[in-house]
Design a protein around this ligand. Structure first.
Ligand code: G3P
Length: 214
């Protein structure tokens, strides 16, 4: 499973890249709004730090305008994937951009029908938001299972990015289902590493090491 960091913060991205587990980064306007740097400078710096795709989101709503915005974003770095909200205008834009070789991450996906249409239009990624589905008492993992099964049934090459991840169990359940990618906030990435029994085990070994004859 590939792990992306869901963050626009350079320190977090640099840190996780240093762990050797970073496959890509996803940003969105809310994440970018937390950083005290211009959008384009920040995305350029993130692209330089990240070994894989970096999602940068389009905010235009009409297909023609989305395409213009996406082309400009794609020029920032070769590893840009343009993030486009799913919808009729987004699908039209995706068809055009796919034809130009620009990677599209179709975002704000909440149904398997949306994911299927995104894949058919040529999106390289689809991003179902599982935490937001959990928030309204929907079975988010059933959605991931449906999308992964549909893509497998028809050999669709679009990769599923499990997004809106809230806790480590989300990542593990997505991995068990076979989702290609989870995009994980920094706090959840840290929780994936830590276990209290590991900390207790290290303390005990260090204490006992002190008693070993050397
Ligand atoms: O990548 C999309 C994700 O950041 C949304 O997460 O926590 O705002 O639902 P959240």
């Amino acid at each position: 499973m590939k792990l992306f960091l869901d963050s626009a913060n350079l320190e977090e991205i640099r840190e996780v890249a240093g762990w050797g587990v970073l496959d890509g980064v996803t940003t969105n306007p809310s994440l970018c709004s937390k950083e005290n740097v211009t959008f384009e400078d920040n995305i350029r710096a993130i692209c330089a730090l990240t070994p894989g795709p970096v999602s940068a989101e389009c905010v235009s709503l009409r297909a023609e305008e989305i395409v213009v915005e996406a082309r400009a974003l794609a020029k920032i770095a070769p590893n840009i994937a343009v993030k486009i909200p799913v919808g009729l205008e987004g699908l039209k834009a995706t068809k055009t951009l796919h034809g130009e070789g620009i990677a599209v991450n179709m975002t704000l996906v909440f149904s398997s029908g949306q994911a299927l249409l995104a894949a058919k239009a040529g999106a390289r990624f689809v991003s179902p938001f599982i935490g937001r589905l959990d928030d309204v008492s929907e079975d988010s993992m059933a959605l991931i299972e449906e999308i992964v099964t549909i893509f497998e049934n028809y050999g669709l090459e679009t990769e599923v990015i499990v997004a809106s991840v809230r806790h480590p169990r989300h990542v593990i359940e997505a991995a068990l289902i076979g989702a290609h990618i989870a995009t994980v906030p920094y706090a959840v990435m840290q929780k994936l590493v830590k276990h209290p029994l590991t900390d207790i085990g290290i303390e005990r070994f260090l204490a006992d090491w002190g008693k070993v004859k050397k």
